[in-house]
Design a protein around this ligand. Structure first.
Ligand SMILES: NC(=O)c1ccc[n+]([C@@H]2O[C@H](COP(=O)([O-])OP(=O)(O)OC[C@H]3O[C@@H](n4cnc5c(N)ncnc54)[C@H](OP(=O)(O)O)[C@@H]3O)[C@@H](O)[C@H]2O)c1
Length: 329
């Protein structure tokens, strides 16, 4: 069946301004890190992308290395894009990144101009796109001058390969330096993509303030801590969960101690008192910052996307609730 996007797709999603830019992002964005790769059923990925767009999720986030195997999420996205989403290209914000290991030799990771430009050309080919909307430096490179990495981002925009640029996992100080260089080059830094959730609050320690001052947006990845901030692991590790499927990368035993599970139980009680699932409360909690442009979720099932979008019905927290959550954390 050819895909026809829902006529009501813009009725309930809210869109937030990204820093001081002209771009608004959906409060919830969908990332393709897992569940869209070569090892995953293509039709499940297609169903999730269709449902997300029908619910107003206009932003899909990718990177060169998403899969597994690396590159396959972009290939699969390209396949689905060409079959389903090409007529909607101007309604979509598609991002990609380079920074982590992608190919052997000295030019296949980190932050050199050589790597970034080669990588975006590969990403565009895999996705069958003329340009991406946002291209990120995926991580800071301690051995490449920041000027070189930022100049490469500027070049990527000027050469038409991307409309905007962003940075991911840069410290507050690196962020200020990157913003200054990009401003001087005439390509402002649109957005920062940090990890942020109830169990990882590092951005509250200087990064959010830096972003507000610099006029840079913020899109937080892993708002559910990869699923730990949901009710799925309260009693066991389900066989179809990320923790079970990716045991060697997830490090369940290291990350999810009995103390952590006890915290999740208490957070779950607060969520229930709010009339929300824990996943929904975790998303609302990330979005409570006025400077938060979007919560960047992952999903393995259509129902998880629907549950996430339904979180938007209750984003308000009382002082008491916030204090209770702080107390647990
Ligand atoms: N910039 C970076 O360095 C970086 C790093 C990591 C991620 N990211 C981006 O952030 C995106 C999201 O990351 P993430 O996948 O870790 O986000 P997340 O939203 O914290 O975790 C998503 C996972 O949680 C589980 N889940 C989601 N909704 C659920 C629900 N309602 N009930 C139970 N379980 C639920 C699913 O895993 P199951 O398989 O267990 O169902 C899902 O795949 C990535 O796709 C990527 O685009 C960026």
């Amino acid at each position: 069946m050819p895909y026809q996007a829902s006529a009501t797709r813009y009725d309930s999603m809210s869109y937030r301004r990204t820093g001081r830019s002209g771009l608004r992002l959906p409060a919830i964005s969908l990332g393709l890190w897992y569940n869209f790769g070569g090892i995953d059923p293509l039709e499940n990925g297609r169903a999730m992308l269709r449902r997300a767009f029908d619910l107003g999720i206009t932003h899909f986030d990718l990177a060169n290395n998403y899969g597994p195997p690396p590159g396959s999420a972009e290939e699969n996205f390209g396949r689905i894009f060409s079959q389903d989403f090409r007529p909607y290209r101007d309604e979509l914000i598609i991002s990609s990144k380079a920074g982590y290991y992608m190919w052997p030799g000295p030019y296949g990771e980190w932050g050199s101009r050589k790597y970034l430009v080669a990588s975006i050309d590969q990403s565009l080919r895999r996705m069958g796109l003329d340009y991406v909307d946002i291209f990120y430096s995926h991580r800071p490179d301690p051995h490449t001058p920041l000027e070189e990495t930022m100049a490469a981002l500027d070049f990527i925009v000027r050469s038409g390969r991307a409309l905007y640029v962003g940075i991911s996992t840069y410290s507050p100080e690196q962020t200020r330096q990157a913003a200054a260089i990009l401003r001087q080059l005439g390509t402002p830094c649109l957005i920062h993509q940090p990890r942020y959730n109830m169990f990882d609050r590092w951005i509250e320690d200087g990064l959010l303030a830096a972003l507000a001052e610099e006029g840079i947006g913020c899109i937080s990845f892993s708002p559910l801590d990869q699923g730990i901030l949901t009710d799925k692991y309260l009693h066991a590790v389900p066989a179809d969960s990320r923790a079970a499927k990716l045991d060697n990368q997830f490090h369940w035993g290291d990350k999810v101690t009995p103390e952590r599970v006890a915290q999740v139980h208490r957070l779950n009680d607060i969520a229930q008192a709010r009339g929300q699932s824990l996943a929904q409360m975790a998303i609302a909690w990330v979005l409570r910052h006025p400077g938060m442009s979007s919560a960047l979720i992952g999903a393995s099932k259509v129902g998880q996307i629907e549950e996430a979008v339904a979180a938007l019905a209750n984003l308000a927290f009382s002082e008491v609730e916030l204090a209770q959550i702080d107390d647990i954390l």
